[in-house]
Write a protein that binds this ligand. Structure first.
Ligand code: SF4
Length: 475
């Protein structure tokens, strides 16, 4: 019996693609609107989309303009048991509806307000549900917090790998050392200091890290995006994500004409900072009006795309990747096992070896063998995620609930984007998933009003947080 069980576990481990994951991909593809069924679409072919938590720790101790959280978020107490229970319930629903593998964001207010043990328990629960978790922070945290997060009570690592997304921009107020940044460049030492914490974590405790850098873009800092991209390229972040501001969340913190900033303008700034054209049609994640992504790497001081969208041979590589390797789970699979799975696929489809060899030869030609061997090669991707305004999301979602399509082109476009949403949030109470836009625009206000009753702040507070003081000044 034991032999048979071992043989069956081995066969299942070596299966190139997990049938349950493949089925989840197929469901996802079937749900996509025609507008999103493009050649470069990743949803439904290699990923089921990104997942995020909500209502798990709404409070934050910095103040941002704009802030996507509803006005009651900061009146909700951070409560570890509530966070962990909610994370478990939401992730169980993701696991059931979206299959065995996905990236998931531990997101809400400020994640480091959680006790490190509760934070670690939430991440472990996410991993148990097959998720690759990423914690979202404003980056104003200390090394000691990270150390207590990754180490267990026995002093040994309980988390061998962590991912953090740190939000830095001049529209945030209350950061220690720089409570009111004058410009983006003044934050660069803080961006660097944050990345250094993780280099130390790896050095001292062997914990591997992936870091993303997030930044909101408004008319006030649009022209500084290229500078951030160029100045911070080598700090240790593997992804830079920019979010053009939208009219979402607490309207008391809307201080600029956000619609004056277009996605094209932000993308042009990123391209200027990188010093290269960034082809966001090569790989698409949902609707390109929501998400743009360019994958590549720095070799020394030059950035190269992983594939050249203008070269038909590279497009064949992309198509081959999605076709043969689409159902393979790359993240979270041990390298040895991944190598075996890829080899099995290559043995079954020798064409992938021809495609891979051609691609490798072109990369060497484009970058230069000398540069590849002598310069540091760092994978860094660039992302833009553009939330939608609440005033558009509300009517679009209401019509979608009734199965109706809006005659208004603007609302129809919003419906198309919501239908192809890449970023979902889970509601275990009714078994539904909703786009994060719907969560923030429509559901957050009532949810936070309820949480304010469930988790009230202590009635006697020793002193107001600096962020509360700044927030009351800003609004
Ligand atoms: S959350 Fe909104 S902006 Fe983001 S992918 Fe979903 S629909 Fe698009």
């Amino acid at each position: 019996m034991r032999l048979r069980a071992t043989a069956s576990a081995l066969i299942s481990a070596l299966r190139p693609g997990d049938p349950e994951f493949a089925a989840a991909l197929a469901r996802r593809w079937a749900e996509l609107p025609e507008t999103a069924r493009t050649k470069g679409q990743v949803l439904g072919r290699h990923a089921v989309g990104c997942e995020g938590t909500h209502g798990v720790f709404p409070r934050c101790n910095l103040a941002c303009t704009p802030c996507y959280h509803s006005r009651d978020a900061n009146q909700v107490r951070v409560d570890g048991p509530h966070t962990v229970a909610q994370v478990k319930a939401q992730l169980a629903l993701f696991r059931r509806l979206r299959g065995p593998r996905a990236h998931a964001q531990l997101i809400g207010g400020e994640v480091s307000l959680l006790d490190p043990d509760d934070h670690a328990a939430a991440l472990q629960a996410m991993r148990r549900h097959g998720r690759e978790p990423m914690s979202f922070t404003h980056g104003d945290i200390d090394y000691d917090y990270l150390r207590r997060l990754v180490l267990g009570p026995d002093g040994r690592p309980r988390l061998r790998r962590v991912s953090f997304a740190a939000h830095f921009d001049m529209l945030m107020f209350g950061r220690r050392g720089i409570p009111g940044p004058e410009n983006e460049a003044s934050l660069n030492p803080y961006r660097e200091q944050f990345a250094r914490l993780f280099a130390r974590l790896r050095r001292e405790h062997g914990v591997r890290c992936f870091l993303a850098h997030n930044m909101t873009v408004t008319p006030a800092n649009l022209a500084q995006v290229a500078g951030v991209v160029a100045d911070c390229a080598a700090m240790g972040y593997g992804m830079f994500s920019f979010q053009p501001a939208a009219f979402v969340g607490d309207e008391r913190r809307w201080h600029e004409p956000y619609r004056d900033v277009t996605g094209d303008q932000v993308w042009a700034q990123i391209e200027r900072g990188v010093g290269a054209r960034l082809d966001y049609r090569l790989f698409e994640h949902g609707d390109v009006r929501c998400n743009r992504v360019a994958y590549g790497f720095w070799a020394g001081d030059t950035w190269y795309p992983v594939l050249d969208g203008a070269d038909p041979r590279d497009l064949a590589v992309r198509d081959g990747f999605l076709r043969y390797f689409g159902p393979v789970n790359f993240t979270g699979t041990p390298p040895g096992l991944l190598a075996v799975r890829l080899s099995l696929i290559a043995a079954r489809h020798p064409r992938v070896l021809v495609l891979a060899a051609g691609w490798a030869a072109r990369v060497v030609r484009r970058v230069g063998l000398r540069r590849l061997l002598t310069r540091r090669v760092r994978p860094v991707s660039y992302v833009m995620h553009q939330f939608m305004d609440a005033v558009d999301v509300a009517p679009a979602w209401q019509l979608m609930q009734r199965g109706e399509t809006s005659p208004d082109p603007r609302i129809r476009a919003t419906q198309e984007r919501l239908a192809a949403c890449h970023y979902a949030m889970a509601h275990p109470e009714d078994g539904t998933l909703v786009p994060a836009c719907v969560q923030h625009c429509l559901l957050d206000p009532q949810e936070n009003r309820d949480l304010r009753v469930l988790l009230p702040l202590p009635t006697v507070r020793p002193r107001r947080l600096l962020s509360d003081q700044i927030a009351s000044y800003l609004i």
